[in-house]
Design a protein around this ligand. Structure first.
Ligand code: SF4
Length: 370
């Protein structure tokens, strides 16, 4: 799918879009290449208001006035990769921490008491040190209180994801970071993450393992974002065709540079981020659109009526970061921008006229009750 549409071809397609093309696809948007090129083009910036109105109406019809809250639960920051933009890069001298199942449960309790019940279990990529058995052990212990458990970990094969699914994991998040295979090599110079196509294939394994949610994203700021957005549409449309049982979740992480890491090479403005959110809502009416605490409180609040359906709150990006004193050298993967507490985020969501959803699904419905 992506091989047939290399970044140079997508770039040329974006350059060719006219105002008339944008207006034409707005009459009947669908998750195809032509629509994606039009909605993520430069000329589409002239039609943001119209796009925003459509996105708002579609989101209300599909999701009502609801926002689901989640929080990342970092289990380990050991990593054997050398992603040039990441605070957990194997070459960095940071305090490496891995949580025991008991410590992880205690971290989860910190979130449950704040009414966060959608958990995202996060690890670096060091499967020999903190692997599927450890992650599965945590999932088994928290599944009774969690409404959903997703993982953002090293890529696995079908057997690996099936093991996690049996432990109670129901969602997979695996960002491709960039869909440009050439640029990908620059940012991932060493370690198993060098394998661009292996990473893409892992999302298929997640679909075959029947995860309910498949989460994709590109790290915005590494390469021209319009090209990444169109590639993401191609990837998302492919996943939805092949794994119709799953809900697509799309994230828009903007790079938060770490000291001496890759800086923002291709800045994405707030208005351009808004274009991405509303463009994806028009293209994928049923997808979860996710915005994390990488973004400011003000921008997150403004994005609520435009199509976002899932936001993180009170996030800590260090293992053991919830309610604990950590050593000074225990830096996080990145510094969150929205520093509000969970309670403050809930208040802001309610003030915007939305309800926060803590539980939207019961595993018993699919005969998977613990
Ligand atoms: S982005 Fe993930 S894989 Fe890359 S260095 Fe950071 S923790 Fe490791």
């Amino acid at each position: 799918m992506l091989e047939r549409h290399p970044p140079s071809e997508i770039e040329a397609g974006l350059q060719a879009v006219t105002d008339e093309d944008v207006l034409r696809v707005l009459a009947s948007p669908g998750p195809d290449l032509k629509t994606a090129l039009a909605l993520f083009s430069g000329p589409a910036m002239n039609h943001l208001e119209k796009m925003a109105g459509l996105a708002h109406r579609i989101t209300l019809a599909r999701f009502g006035r609801t926002i689901s809250l989640y929080a990342p639960l970092y289990l380990s920051n050991h990593c054997i990769n050398q992603c040039t933009y990441c605070g957990f890069n194997a070459r960095r001298k940071v305090t490496r921490i891995q949580l025991s199942p008991e410590e992880a449960v205690s971290q989860a309790q910190c979130l449950f008491v704040q009414d966060i019940r959608h958990l995202l279990l996060v690890t670096g990529e060091a499967p020999n040190q903190y692997g599927l058995d450890c992650i599965g052990a945590v999932a088994r212990r928290v599944r009774r209180r969690a409404a959903s458990i997703a993982v953002e970990i090293f890529p696995c094969d079908l057997a690996g994801y099936t093991q996690l699914a049996q432990a109670g994991v129901d969602g997979l998040v695996l960002y491709q970071e960039t869909y440009d295979p050439q640029r990908y090599r620059e940012f991932h110079p060493a370690g198993p993450k060098k394998d661009f196509y292996g990473r893409l294939a892992a999302m298929d394994a997640g679909g075959q393992a029947h995860f309910r949610s498949l989460g994709i994203g590109a790290l915005l700021g590494l390469t021209p974002h319009r090209v990444e957005a169109v590639s993401m549409v191609l990837h998302g449309a492919y996943l939805m065709r092949k794994y119709p049982h799953a809900r697509l979740a799309i994230s828009f992480p903007r790079l938060r540079p770490v000291p001496s890491g890759t800086p923002v090479l291709h800045p994405v403005s707030d208005a351009e981020l808004v274009q991405l959110v509303i463009g994806f809502r028009l293209l994928f009416p049923d997808a979860e659109l996710v915005v994390s605490t990488r973004e400011s409180a003000q921008l997150r609040d403004r994005l609520l009526p435009l199509g976002v359906t899932r936001i993180s709150a009170g996030s800590r990006t260090t293992p053991g970061g919830y309610g604990c004193d950590l050593p000074d050298s225990a830096a996080g993967q990145f510094e969150p921008n929205d520093q509000r507490s969970v309670g403050e985020v809930i208040q802001a969501v309610q003030a915007a006229g939305y309800d926060t959803v803590t539980k939207d699904f019961d595993a018993a419905f699919i005969g998977d009750a613990p």
